[in-house]
Write a protein that binds this ligand. Structure first.
Ligand code: AMX
Length: 427
């Protein structure tokens, strides 16, 4: 593939892909095509496709656990990394390799224990990943002197080890913070998501199915989102996969990105408390939304930088809810919010996408099974996101992508440029 890209650039490297307007430079680089991510592609109208497959297609085509009906996330990782659908055997192989590589050294747990229990779970998680960086093969081999052509090899090993170890770390943080530190040993017979659910203390078959779906749909959302882009950017400095992933997850911990899933449930709980009802009407929801906007806050779980329709990840979760818990009052509230919010956001005229994103639904499904500790939700997102960003990082090293370094400018330069006194194309 590297040879193919070299050829492609030789022939077409000077072709223009688009124009950049001044506003885009000030406004989050929205719409500027600036990087290559092979694992998935986002269509504003249709939503995400992983190596060409939509979420419903993945639910149909990826291998499932025995008696399960949701895809195994191992299969999605294989698809994103290799570019082809895996067989049942490929997926079982990945499950057993990740089981074998899942050992977390004691100093990682000791590092977590050094933090106050009150520390946000995402902070504990990222600190633990940083502590685990001692295990990086990429860092060791780079220090020992490694040929550029070999970078992908230890990057792949680090990615595999890290993915294998994350459920244990995340479950440890969950049990430490919320279950009096009563930890649950891994079950070597379970799949990656199933074992994760088990170690957190959830044995219900429907919850395990939810984890398989959750880990699959949160894995990747093309390359420009904060967590994927940060992982890629930091990796471009040849920081190893542990450092790069930890950096990306610090971005996922922001309320406009992955933290939105905790914000949604917090917002709904506060609404129920204020309205003194577990089942607010659509009218009550509408008034609460307007009050939220009047306070200058965002409605969490709604809007998107790229998507312009209901997020198919929202729809997949709604379908799970219809199948497993159609009468749950909180899940029904999420569905009522789905009816109430878009017309209000549309009426403001400035919001480009009034529709729900992935985070609008996930919390309600978790609460149904008793996982009410919403500060933990972004950690689940982070474990899943490892699959996409680390598969991409392997490709970054295999394709020898260079250090990323876009040009920035100052407003003083913009003013001189507007007066025709200076050029914007500096070095
Ligand atoms: N509630 C209220 N206002 C919103 C809004 C929402 N849900 N979504 C967008 N807006 C506002 C913006 O704040 C902006 O206002 P401003 O001009 O006064 O600054 C205006 O509408 C235009 O914004 P936009 O171009 O439509 O969105 P964006 O690309 O700048 O931002 C996003 C996208 C997701 C950050 C934004 O929609 C938002 O803040 N949503 C709520 C938080 C959320 O759910 N985040 C999770 C996203 C998915 C994910 O990454 N996990």
């Amino acid at each position: 593939m590297a040879a193919e890209i070299k050829e492609l650039l030789k022939e077409h490297g000077t072709k223009k892909i688009g124009e950049v307007q001044l506003a885009q430079v000030y406004q989050g680089m929205r719409g500027i095509t600036g990087l290559v991510t092979e694992t998935s592609l986002l269509d504003a109208q249709e939503g995400i496709r992983f190596r060409g497959y939509t979420i419903p297609e993945l639910q149909q085509k990826l291998p499932k656990a025995e008696n399960g009906s949701e895809p195994l996330p191992e299969g999605l990782f294989y698809l994103m990394l290799v570019g082809e659908l895996p067989s049942e055997d490929d997926v079982h192989h990945l499950t057993s390799v990740w089981q074998r590589r899942s050992h977390v050294p004691n100093h990682v747990f000791a590092t977590i224990e050094a933090l106050p229990v009150s520390t946000h779970p995402m902070t504990q998680f990222v600190v633990a990943v940083m502590a685990l960086q001692t295990e990086s093969l990429f860092a060791k081999r780079y220090a020992a002197g490694m040929n550029k052509k070999d970078y992908w090899d230890p990057a792949f090993d680090d990615a595999m080890d890290l993915i294998a170890r994350l459920p244990r770390i995340a479950a440890y943080i969950y049990r430490r913070k919320y279950k009096n530190g009563e930890h649950i040993q891994p079950n070597g017979l379970l799949d990656w998501a199933g074992n994760f659910a088990h170690m957190m203390g959830y044995g219900d078959e429907s919850f395990i199915e939810l984890m398989r779906l959750y880990m699959t749909i949160h894995a990747d959302h093309e390359g420009g989102n904060v967590s994927a882009h940060t992982t890629h950017l930091v990796g471009s400095a040849l920081s190893d996969p542990y450092l790069s992933y930890a950096a990306g997850m610090n971005g996922l911990a922001g309320p406009l990105h992955g933290l939105a899933n905790q914000e949604v449930i917090k917002w709904i709980f506060e609404m129920r408390e204020e309205l003194k009802t577990e089942a607010p009407s659509k009218e009550q929801i509408g008034n609460y939304v307007r009050a939220t906007l009047e306070k200058g806050k965002v409605v969490p779980g709604y809007g998107h930088a790229v998507l312009r329709k209901t997020d198919p990840r929202f729809t997949a979760q709604m379908e799970f809810g219809k199948k497993h818990m159609p009468d749950d009052p909180l899940v029904q509230t999420v569905w009522n919010i789905y009816e109430a919010v878009p017309p209000i956001l549309k009426s403001l005229g400035k919001i480009k996408n009034p529709w729900p994103n992935v985070d609008a639904h996930s919390g309600a499904l978790l609460v149904h099974f008793g996982m009410v500790e919403y500060e933990f939700y972004t950690v689940l997102f982070a474990v899943s996101r490892a699959l996409g960003v680390l598969a991409s990082l392997c490709w970054d090293r295999a394709l020898s992508f260079p250090i990323e370094r876009p040009k920035s400018i100052t407003t003083a330069l913009v003013k001189r440029w507007l007066k025709g006194e200076d050029e914007i194309w500096g070095d």
